[in-house]
Design a protein around this ligand. Structure first.
Ligand SMILES: [Zn+2]
Length: 125
């Protein structure tokens, strides 16, 4: 079987491990890959920022920082997207969107909100 270019499918000549005709095909191929992954990153970033806006709005609207799960859903909070997790008491975790986190309450009906203070810059003691 004659090896062909990954980008344009033309038969390849030269070294056996060649994947592309030339730099034009190589660049076109990698640009397309990057475009797709950049698009996915943009979509995820938008969802995360939307979740953060919702948490911020609820943080300001609920002085006790307890919010029914239904209210989160009604406001469009997407539970699939978060930035990090922190343990609180044993067996319980806050799920964060940037600086704002939520944790399901003991009765499972509400979420407790938590705002994280920014971490000091790395290298600072
Ligand atoms: Zn090619």
């Amino acid at each position: 079987m004659i090896p062909t270019c990954i980008e344009c499918s033309e038969p390849l000549r030269g070294r056996a491990d060649k994947k592309f005709c030339d730099d034009v095909c190589r660049t076109a191929y990698h640009n397309r890959l990057n475009k797709n992954s950049n698009r996915l990153v943009r979509i995820i970033n938008r969802r995360l920022q939307q979740n953060r806006r919702i948490l911020d709005m609820l943080w300001n609207a609920h002085p006790l920082r307890r919010v029914p799960a239904e209210v989160l859903r009604q406001n469009g909070y997407d539970f699939r997207y978060s930035t990090h997790i922190r343990n609180s008491e044993p067996g319980s975790q806050y799920i964060f969107c940037y600086d704002l986190g939520l944790k399901v309450t003991e009765d499972g009906q509400e979420f407790q909100l938590l705002k994280e203070a920014p971490a000091p810059p790395s290298g600072v003691k």
